[in-house]
Design a protein around this ligand. Sequence first.
Ligand SMILES: Nc1ncnc2c1ncn2[C@@H]1O[C@H](COP(=O)(O)OP(=O)(O)OP(=O)(O)O)[C@@H](O)[C@H]1O
Length: 506
Amino acid sequence: MTPRLSLRNITKRYPGIVANDGVSLEIAPGEVLAILGENGAGKSTMMKIIYGAARPDEGEISFDGKPLAVESPAEARELGIAMVHQHFALFDTLTVAENVALGLSGKLSPAQISEEIRRLGDKYGLEVDPASIVMELSMGERQRVEILRALMTKPKLLILDEPTSVLTPQAVRTLFKTLHQLAAEGVSILFISHKLDEIRELADRCVVLRAGRVVATVNPKEETEEELARQMIGADPPKVREASGKAGDVIFEMRDVTVPGSTRVCGVNNVNLSVRAGEIVGIAGISGNGQSRFMAAAAGEACTSPECVKLFGKPVGNLDTHARRISGLRYVPEQRLGHAAVPELSLTANTYLTGDSLVRSGFILRDKARQFANTVIERFHVKTPTAEKAAGSLSGGNLQKFIMGREILNRPRVLLVHQPTWGVDVGAAAVIRNSLIRLRDDGAAIIVVSEEIDELFEVSDRIAVMYRGALSPAVPKKSLTIEEVGRWMSGLWPDSPFAKTHTEVR
Ligand SMILES: Nc1ncnc2c1ncn2[C@@H]1O[C@H](COP(=O)(O)OP(=O)(O)OP(=O)(O)O)[C@@H](O)[C@H]1O
């Protein structure tokens, strides 16, 4: 059978790095091929080459037996290649329907596009309002838009770069059903994920990349997760330390915090939470249930009345992020490019953004900043040739490690983290989780908002759940099971304001 796609000796170099080093692989029609590799192994680069978003320096590609030399993603889409990007390629100020229209060749009217978004959303469990402005959507919703946009081009080859990182477990189930269905219809699927269980479940074959080279091709169903991790890293991944801390005094408090949402963004309602020194509180919940407004209120991006938020017992609800940071509270937002880091600036320059000790009397202390950036790179195993590389040129996982490291090494007393290991490989995820636990052991109060329940059970002392802008009580993790957290994620915790409505509906 003619392969749908064939790569022969693809090499791609960037200054100081060989991102793809003589990569060869094939994918058959209807096959699901997973690509596994550490952060920076060259997965996204390979996908970008296939999709016409980057050019190889050497090697050949053929698609359905014909040489493929696409100059742009638009040409790739015309041929039937669609891609769901890891960093969303969406225009924030346009609506969902307008964003989708930009990826189509103009054959459908705006009304037809909106209709199709609703139809496919219903069919594949990827519901999203076509009239929403992208800026107002949660990361999970943006991910749905990316997937819908790709599906609307009716692709023959669908490339998915970390598509499940911000999807709920239910949405992942539905997506996998969709992908199996598409594969049965002959669509070839190239799937990148750091989640080894997903690779085992979904893929027919798995190609392992290490430092830009193919090091193995395996049937993932015949391998354990540990074996897959070993193939990828070339050694055993580090283990996450057993987490259970000795909590001290309450140093961060939110009392009756209400932040209004908008027509399409969920606000928060009367949220109460106290976090003690030496404690990690995990907040579970499906993205889009008020987590962004909650974090904004906690971090100072949304101000409340002073008494609503207290830091070391002092009212700070009216203080901005800078003032709170100086008092010892730091924040790692969900969106790493644009919010947590400036893509065009070097890693060194990105340390100034939150590095209050790197500026004195209005002057930037360059050497100190460079030294700090290098320490972050070293301690958090960030793969980059130098600290002078632009943040936007780092692989997704490496940038995440850098941002986490930048905040953690500033030794915050209170740390707020939204999705700490999004897009990060298993080894690096363990490094990040261990660093959170170490910071907690050193006496910090930490709030982790994550959609990964396993992660929350791994690092948290107490767990709470957000649902429709309300926060459940934060209870010791030992008193909860994963199934209970799943139920709470539909608003069904004891004494929840939603329990009654659910019963009535039933
Ligand atoms: N535009 C670019 N300019 C310079 N270097 C780049 C560029 N794009 C990628 N690189 C480098 O190429 C290497 C491979 O990056 P790539 O994004 O392909 O990795 P990845 O396997 O997808 O990683 P992740 O799992 O973190 O997404 C990295 O070292 C990265 O810094």
